[in-house]
Design a protein around this ligand. Structure first.
Ligand SMILES: [Zn+2]
Length: 398
């Protein structure tokens, strides 16, 4: 039974009839999880009555189920439609420097299982394919899922991926430069392959499950050891000509500054990343201290650590004001380990953005001034977003 619905779902998701109303409805459900008839109509541009008829057909064939809406508006019926969770599963995999992480989600957007596997640094694409296959087999066996229910595997890669599917230069996966990602992984996995950079996947996770839920236009800034980012326009993370759109951390803010791991000098990352905070704290204390401890002690009220986070926020706000001058997004999501400090980071970041921004708060009404929000996911967002690539049918490699 489940196999039959999965085949039907795959036929609709991967078929060529992109303009067919039923395909539009199925893709909207796959991309958005549980949604109302009106939301599907808005999303697809189809008439509400057409959507209702299609939904009734899809329910009869067991591909769609009805459920209670998560956030029903006042007076609205609390009913949402979703793909049947038994209709299929997808996998999100994060290819990190020394770890490969895998999550399994069903097509109704529920996370079913996850697993992290350590790998030796500088692993090859073939090794990655084998580790992912092993992790997926283990999880599917553990949760009594059939491999046949798997409709696609999304990858969050610690490197930019060009639109032609080739991996660009990256210090995290040095041996992968120029690799055709799909050619390297598909023979082992035998499933449709989707891939994007880690930060674009993180943005997708915030949009589908997190702090940017309901927003189709926003900029993500992720403050970890590496400072990364993503620019989401009309629900899609920009990839750019060579896959490096949204690399906010490598905006050069001081051409005479210290060398960055990317080979340039004075990149923003060197002034607002976790590495900056850790280095300053170590200089101050005379010994190294983990970044999560710095954040925790700042939250507890230690003045020196608060100042370091405020300095990072100030630099980040200045960097984002440059992004604001270019694309004026309505929403900034700030995530990563430093975002755990909440307003200790965000308040100076906002003030700095306002100070350096082209558009001032007094120039526009509140609704047109950017909102700054801490991301929902401080961990595992890349992996979740990688599964999101499959559900949103985004960045499929062919
Ligand atoms: Zn750099």
């Amino acid at each position: 039974m489940a196999n039959m619905i999965t085949s039907e779902l795959e036929g609709l998701l991967y078929g060529r009839e992109l303009d067919s109303p039923v395909v539009k409805v199925v893709r909207a459900l796959s991309g958005h999880g549980a949604v109302s008839t009106s939301q599907i109509a808005r999303n697809t541009g189809l008439a509400r009555s057409t959507v209702s008829t299609i939904l009734a057909d899809l329910k009869r064939s067991n591909l769609v189920v009805e459920m209670e809406a998560r956030n029903p508006g006042p007076g609205r019926p609390a009913v949402a439609h979703s793909l049947n969770p038994e209709a299929g599963t997808c996998v999100g995999a994060l290819l990190d420097v020394d770890e490969i992480r895998v999550i399994v989600a069903d097509v109704a957007h529920n996370v079913v299982a996850d697993l992290a596997m350590p790998v030796e640094r500088e692993y090859s694409p073939t090794k990655a394919a084998r580790v992912v296959k092993h992790a997926v087999d283990t999880l599917y066996k553990e949760h009594s899922l059939a491999y046949a229910s798997l409709i696609g595997i999304g990858f969050a890669v610690s490197a930019p991926i060009a639109p032609d599917g080739r991996v660009m230069r990256s210090s995290a996966l040095p041996g992968w430069q120029g690799t055709d990602f799909r050619e390297a992984l598909e023979p082992v996995l035998q499933k449709p392959i989707f891939a994007d950079s880690e930060s674009n996947c993180a943005a997708l996770a915030e949009m589908m499950w997190g702090a940017a839920s309901g927003s189709d236009n926003f900029v993500l800034l992720k403050l970890n050891q590496a400072v990364s980012g993503a620019v989401v326009v009309d629900g899609k993370a920009l990839v750019g000509a060579s896959g490096s759109a949204g690399e906010v951390g490598h905006i050069v803010v001081d051409p005479h500054g210290p060398l960055c791991r990317c080979g340039n000098r004075g990149c923003l990352e060197l002034y607002c990343g976790a590495g900056f905070v850790a280095k300053m704290a170590a200089d101050w204390l005379g010994r190294s201290i983990p970044v999560d401890e710095i954040v925790a002690r700042a939250v507890q009220g230690e003045t020196g650590f608060r100042r370091l986070l405020a300095d990072a926020g100030e630099a980040a706000g200045r960097g984002l004001s440059m992004v604001g001058a270019m694309i004026n997004p309505p929403l900034f999501i700030i995530s990563g380990i430093l975002a755990g400090a909440g307003d200790l980071l965000l308040a100076p970041l906002r003030a700095s953005y306002e100070k350096h921004s082209f558009v001032k708060r007094d120039d526009v009404d509140e609704a047109h001034y950017p909102v700054f929000r801490v991301g929902k996911f401080l961990d595992n967002d890349n992996c979740l977003g990688a599964a999101g690539l499959v559900l949103r049918h985004s960045s499929r490699l062919k």
